[in-house]
Design a protein around this ligand. Structure first.
Ligand code: T3D
Length: 262
């Protein structure tokens, strides 16, 4: 059978494709296992400087595969807390903590955990025909995969509540205008634009980019003073990288920098 996750690594760019198109790339146990293995490979491969996530077929990801849940009368009550703890949370934490930019190319509908995976990435592009659905409320669940944290921060509390309580379909254009994603692009441009961005980022000072990501994430819970202290600490680390020296040298010598990601 086809693998549920495809991973190609080329010139610093890891392209990860969710690959269960017949069920809109919803996650069953096997796909979770393959996702964990792929993310671990990306983390361990020092040549990787950018991760791109997209979906095969007409959807991006419809969240949990509901056919993998036995809700028949008399069946044992599933422990969804365990599913979140063992599967969804580690995946989201890995995406957030990877010390490199994670780009998401939302090629079609992103529902349930699928929507929140897309919103957990660093730079999210979406095809004009794509959409975001906080589908959880329609089956009695709550937004997971970080949704209750990201939605109010990206879109504001009023919109977060509207999306989470109603489960309406939000178009890619709406998501862009609400600040939930970086850019909405024409369908046929999505992968070209995404890979152009990925190839650019793969030539940039990776360690510096990772520190930027860390600082911005920390700002969500830091006071202004704590954040200034963190900027001091992280700038100290950034200033010790080879790429910083190369960046300044290239500027002074009026030439293009050759960053190594070190
Ligand atoms: O359980 C835990 O571990 C807790 C964690 C939960 C995390 C979650 O993500 S909960 C939320 C789960 N997801 C949903 O509730 C979304 C369900 N899907 C939909 O609402 C719709 O499929 C979409 C709005 C996403 C797309 O609608 P549409 O009309 O474009 O497509 P469709 O016809 O509904 O779906 C196409 C096929 O994919 C269809 O199969 P078929 O009839 O062709 O054989 C459909 O059943 C299948 N599919 C879509 N989503 C799922 C799915 N199969 C299993 N699970 C799905 N989530």
């Amino acid at each position: 059978s086809q693998p549920s996750i495809l991973l190609e690594i080329d010139q610093g760019v890891a392209l990860l494709t969710l690959n269960r198109p017949d069920s809109l790339n919803s996650f069953n146990a096997e796909m979770h296992d393959q996702m964990r293995a792929a993310l671990s490979q990306v983390r361990k491969d020092a040549s990787v400087r950018v991760l791109v996530i997209t979906g095969a077929g007409r959807g991006f990801c419809a969240g949990q595969d509901l056919s993998d849940r036995n809700v028949a009368p008399g069946a044992e009550v599933p422990d969804l807390g365990e599913s979140i703890e063992k599967r969804y949370n580690p995946m989201i934490r890995t995406l957030r903590d990877l010390p490199l930019p994670v780009i998401c190319a939302v090629n079609g509908v992103a529902a349930g955990a699928g929507a929140n995976i897309a919103l957990a990435c660093d730079i999210t592009l979406a095809a004009r025909s794509a959409s975001f659905i906080q589908a959880f409320c329609k089956i009695g669940l709550i937004p997971d995969s970080g949704g209750t944290w990201t939605l109010p921060r990206l879109a504001g509390m009023a919109r977060a509540k509207g999306m989470a309580l109603l489960g309406d379909k939000i178009s890619a254009e709406q998501a862009e205008s609400w600040g939930m994603i970086w850019r909405c692009v024409d369908n046929e441009q999505l992968m070209d634009e995404t890979m152009k961005l990925a190839r650019h980022l793969a030539t940039q000072p990776t360690k510096g980019l990772a520190l930027i990501k860390r600082a911005l994430h920390a700002s969500a819970s830091n006071s202004f003073d704590e954040q200034l202290d963190l900027e001091r600490d992280l700038q100290r680390l950034a200033g010790r990288t080879e790429d910083y020296r190369e960046g300044v040298a290239a500027f002074m010598e009026k030439r293009q920098p050759n960053f190594k990601g070190q």
